[in-house]
Design a protein around this ligand. Structure first.
Ligand code: HEC
Ligand code: HEC
Length: 293
């Protein structure tokens, strides 16, 4: 009798083990089911001005906030409970140990080294960076001193793996693909086109892939057409301090804005303001997956 119970228990343990192994295998297969754009072949500049421009891109796009002020990497630990443990790698180190195409795929396409979709890195915010700005960014990362700091390994939780397998959660390669194309022509509408470029590579991380508000996880950051209700000085104050009108706490915006946006030039703020104010007259796209009914 005891022997039979023992066998049944062993069988049960084996089945549970198999189920976890299956879930692991299927979720990894899905994460590796990615398609690349043509390999990045823009030459990486070496001159000081381009490297300084690359630093400006890194600062205003938040690389420092998430990867550490010395680019030494960062453990997000319990803050983002769903991936279990997200760990942003040491970027100065990574940039020296990976080729241009691998770096570009991580930055703009949401595909990590080894061809595995990223799960936490907001590549969709950088999907529309130009080739030149991406090359300058890579030049800067390779020039930045390597500061070593111990980092734990990243971990993906079983619930997320289950969501990936049943299609409720996707890798960020899918998000990067969904970012709308830029509409304004730099030749005929230079100010609007520049403002659109900045907003679509700085603000769509949180305000929706098309800047028109994102509600996938419940009430979120607003549709940026609201900028038309602000004057230029109020707008500058909000984005450079991350504090709302009358000192209102803006949550996540308050955390990232002071780290990223104070070094925007007056020209950049002018063009951002011009473009975002123009959203008022444009329809909000429907049927997008990040803004369900
Ligand atoms: C909101 C936080 C956040 C921001 C902003 C961010 N990253 Fe990341 N990044 C991560 C995390 C977390 C990872 C680890 C992979 C993952 O979990 O998706 C990562 C991974 C990477 C990787 C390695 C991909 C791989 O092979 O695993 C590179 C390269 C990278 N980031 C570059 C950048 C650059 C360049 C910027 C700025 C333009 C940037 N990141 C901004 C969070 C961020
Ligand atoms: C990391 C996420 C994040 C990024 C990046 C971000 N925002 Fe926000 N933003 C928020 C959140 C969160 C709020 C506040 C929502 C609330 O409490 O109403 C907000 C609020 C705002 C507001 C409304 C302020 C008010 O007084 O109600 C403006 C304007 C704004 N953001 C502009 C921008 C612009 C422009 C950019 C890009 C340059 C940007 N944000 C980038 C998260 C972000």
């Amino acid at each position: 009798m005891i022997r039979i119970i023992g066998l049944i228990a062993l069988f049960g343990i084996a089945m549970v083990g198999l189920a976890f192994a299956g879930l692991y295998g299927l979720s990894e297969a899905k994460l590796h089911d990615v398609s690349y754009d043509v390999a990045f072949d823009t030459p990486i500049p070496t001159d000081a001005a381009s490297i300084e421009h690359g630093r400006h891109i890194a600062r205003t796009r938040g690389c420092f906030g998430c990867h550490g002020q010395d680019l030494q990497g960062k453990d997000f630990g319990e803050q983002w409970d769903w991936p279990k443990r997200a760990v942003a790698p040491n970027l100065a180190d990574y940039a020296r140990n990976h080729d241009d195409a691998t770096l570009e795929a991580a930055i703009r396409q949401g595909i990590g080294s080894g061809g595995r979709a990223l799960m936490s890195m907001p590549s969709f915010n950088f999907a529309r960076l130009t080739d030149e700005d991406t090359a300058a960014l890579i030049a800067f990362l390779r020039s930045a001193p390597v500061v070593k700091a111990p980092l734990p390994s990243a971990e993906l939780g079983w619930l997320v793996r289950w969501d990936i397998v049943r299609g409720a959660e996707t890798g960020l390669d899918v998000w990067a693909d969904a970012v709308p194309a830029l509409e304004h022509d730099p030749e005929t509408e230079p100010g609007l086109a520049h403002g659109e470029y900045l907003a679509m590579t700085m603000c769509n991380e949180c305000h929706g892939l098309d800047l028109r508000g994102e509600w996938m996880w419940g009430p979120g950051p607003p549709d940026l057409y609201i900028v038309s209700a602000l004057d230029r000085a109020e707008f500058e104050q909000i984005i450079t301090t991350g504090t709302g009108q009358d000192g209102r706490d803006l949550g996540l915006m308050g955390l990232v804005a002071p780290d990223r946006f104070p070094e925007l030039s007056q020209d950049e703020i002018d063009d951002l303001y011009l473009f975002l104010s123009s959203l008022e007259d444009k329809p909000v796209p429907e049927n997008v997956f990040w803004r369900p009914e």
